[in-house]
Design a protein around this ligand. Structure first.
Ligand SMILES: [Zn+2]
Length: 227
């Protein structure tokens, strides 16, 4: 990916994009754990305080493991497709225990018990980074909604709307990265979607009255955070 400079104003610089606290560390967006090596160049970085950074890391690890387990239909690290996550799960006892106890078999089908708040916090964190990084609109307030659903559970109409939303009625702020992308081509910018790593992660930032960040994780989970 090309690194696009954020030429917007100073609103999102110098404080934690999650809580407005003191900027101490950089958060990679998406987290490196969600991507395979070699990592794409120029991953987005968002300022974060230590407390939020730590909380985010736990939720991100949970979500990465959960997704791989659901996709594999097993919490056995040897059966997971992404080596990075398999390695983490094999070495992290508490995560492994969490994954083991998250699934049960009902009528021959595996049912996963999801810690909804962890998933919500994990997605919200990313959305806050993108709001600040892509749209230059830092949002530390609570969003209107945080939604997620497997793509395969969506109706054809829902998928169509999710994948190809109407052109934003209001364009992103001049100087923001999303604005820059409208004039930069050949940057994995397809139909508004920015593909960070094929098969693993893509996202879209929409600014049409409300502010919406859409993400697709592992081409499995469709997510949207709206303010
Ligand atoms: Zn913070």
């Amino acid at each position: 990916m090309k690194r696009l400079e954020n030429n917007g104003d100073q609103r999102n610089q110098g404080f934690c994009v999650h809580c407005g606290g003191v900027y101490k560390t950089d958060d990679h967006v998406p987290p490196k754990l969600w991507l395979d090596d070699p990592l794409p160049e120029n991953l987005a970085i968002a300022p974060s305080c230590r407390k939020c950074n730590k909380a985010c890391a736990e939720n991100e690890a949970y979500l990465a493991c959960l997704l791989e387990c659901v996709i594999a239909g097993s919490s056995d690290p040897a059966k997971l497709r992404r080596p990075k996550v398999a390695k983490l799960l094999a070495s992290n006892f508490s995560l492994a225990e969490k994954m083991d106890s998250a699934s049960r078999t009902e009528n021959g089908q595996i049912v996963w018990n999801i810690e909804a708040d962890r998933v919500k916090q994990g997605l919200l964190k990313l959305a806050r980074c993108y709001a600040a990084y892509e749209l230059n609109e830092p949002r530390t307030d609570e969003p209107e909604s945080v939604l997620w659903m497997p793509l395969q559970s969506m109706t054809p109409d829902q998928i169509e709307e999710f994948e190809n939303p109407d052109v934003p009625a209001v364009w992103p702020e001049v100087g923001s990265r999303a604005m820059s992308r409208l004039v930069v081509t050949g940057d994995g910018y397809e139909n508004g979607w920015i593909e960070v790593q094929p098969g693993n992660y893509r996202f879209m930032a929409l600014c049409d009255g409300s502010l919406r960040i859409r993400m697709v994780l592992r081409e499995y989970l469709a997510c949207e955070v709206e303010w």
